[in-house]
Design a protein around this ligand. Structure first.
Ligand code: NAP
Length: 426
């Protein structure tokens, strides 16, 4: 038996167009394998007359009224793919209050206002799913929720911003920062305003969500203080690559010593590790857990079709929940309340970059009791540095890139938790 679910959508841009195409292309498959007919009843946009990448199916209403979609009594499920913060939060809250399940791809919103919206969804016994908000086409959130249900994640490291990863790959191949950014924009991988991508904010938002699924606890933006890629140069990327590391904008989270350590920053990933081979716009999430061990999930972190696929998978789960009246179970059921600390507060090894003379650096290393091994011209590998030693080297003009996997976990009196994150389970 086939059940029809009435769907409304907010936004018809890159992801929204992908949803329309995928809905049309996969309609028969969805009907045959899921027993569902997903009928797109209405789509809200900002500019009614703007040209569209797709033609809406006959019978789908195009409107510029979000309200008309989220309060339509016939619509059972709303897809939010318009972005924005306040407008989207208001729209999702209204849809939930009208008893509709909601699927969103909006990581900025879920990272910053997810707790409020989840509370509304729980009160209303509606689903609020957001698989596409992290790593676009990689089904990582549901994998963490379902496939790690009996396992325990012990560490997470992800390349979760395609724009930054594309730029770093291009810089490793010799392009300047400006050339790499222009190429990313020409290829449609970077937005006109790439601020959130290059400053690490987009990666931070995604880690805030991802970490809650892995550990029941996420950092806040002030605890993360993300470092982006704007200070990196092709020379740094190339010298690191020649010495056996790939510089990646990494999102990391790992519980230790009763705290959750997090970081978003450029990190030197050993070239023999599979994560270092995640290049271009690809995303990769490395999960270490007690039962499975080391796993790596890679795939497209963005793009119309891949992201739409994640959105539609959420739609199908939510549609089944509507039919079986099982909606309202939290997407993420992990919950912990650990103090959050930053990886930078721990002793670890670094790649040191400086064009000053080797003699000067070796002299400073001697006075600071720091081991320094030359890798290539102007590139050195340090021994394990305390945060204070790292600070001294930075103050003397060194650019330091932490080396993945070198953190010393011994409990240190110098490590103080930054902030206790709110007790929420998004
Ligand atoms: N692009 C990706 O690959 C990707 C991947 C993962 C997640 N996401 C997330 O998915 C969401 C959508 O991204 P996108 O790339 O598809 O954006 P986009 O191409 O800019 O499309 C946004 C759409 O939303 C509509 N819209 C914006 N503000 C509106 C408002 N106030 N009222 C009604 N409609 C409004 C726009 O209408 P008009 O067309 O009329 O202007 C447009 O159709 C964002 O949250 C993004 O972070 C995107």
């Amino acid at each position: 038996m086939t059940t029809t679910i009435e769907v409304g959508m907010l936004g018809l841009g890159t992801v929204g167009s992908g949803v329309v195409s995928r809905l049309q292309q996969a309609a028969t498959q969805i009907e045959q394998t899921q027993g569902l007919r997903l009928h797109l009843a209405a789509v809200a946009v900002n500019h009614l007359a703007a040209p569209r990448a797709v033609t809406l199916p006959l019978g789908t209403r195009l409107t510029d009224s979000i309200q008309a979609v989220v309060t339509d009594p016939k619509i059972q499920l709303v897809i939010e793919v318009m972005g924005t913060l306040e407008v989207a939060e208001q729209a999702i809250a209204t849809a939930l209050k009208h008893g509709k399940s909601v699927i969103t791809a909006n990581k900025d919103l879920i990272a910053t206002a997810g707790d409020r919206l989840i509370a509304v969804a729980q009160r209303q016994h509606c689903d609020l799913f957001y698989e596409a908000s992290v790593a676009g086409g990689i089904p990582i959130l549901r994998t963490l929720t379902d496939s790690y249900a009996t396992d325990q994640v012990t560490a997470l490291a992800g390349i979760i911003n395609g724009t930054a990863n594309y730029m770093l790959s291009a810089m490793t191949a010799g392009q300047t920062y400006a050339q790499a950014l222009a190429a990313a924009q020409t290829a449609g991988y970077a937005e006109a305003d790439p601020t959130n991508d290059v400053l690490g904010l987009d990666t931070a938002y995604k880690l805030m969500i991802l970490s809650r699924f892995a550990f029941g606890q996420g950092p806040t933006l002030p605890t993360l203080q993300p470092t982006g890629i704007t200070q990196l140069t092709p020379t740094i990327c190339q010298q690191a690559a020649r010495s056996g590391w790939q510089v990646k904008l990494l999102a990391q989270a790992q519980p230790a010593n009763g705290q959750l350590y997090c970081r978003v920053a450029p990190v030197a990933v050993p070239s023999q590790q599979a994560l270092s081979q995640v290049g271009g716009v690809q995303n990769g999430v490395a999960v270490t857990s007690r039962a499975i061990g080391a796993s790596l999930y890679t795939g497209p972190g963005a793009g119309s079709t891949a992201t739409a696929n994640s959105v539609l998978n959420d739609v199908i789960v939510a549609a089944h929940n509507l039919i079986h009246q099982t909606a309202g179970v939290a997407f993420n059921r992990q919950r912990q309340c650990l103090p959050v600390a930053n990886f930078n507060q721990l002793s670890q090894a670094y790649l040191l970059f400086s064009s000053d003379s080797e003699h000067a650096w070796q002299r400073l290393a001697l006075t600071q009791q720091v081991k320094l091994r030359r890798q290539t011209t102007n590139c050195y590998q340090t021994g394990i540095l305390t945060p204070d030693q790292a600070q001294v080297l930075r103050a003397n003009g060194a650019q330091l890139v932490p080396i993945m996997g070198t953190v010393t976990w011994a409990k240190s009196a110098a490590v103080k938790p930054l902030v206790v994150a709110a007790d929420i389970a998004i």
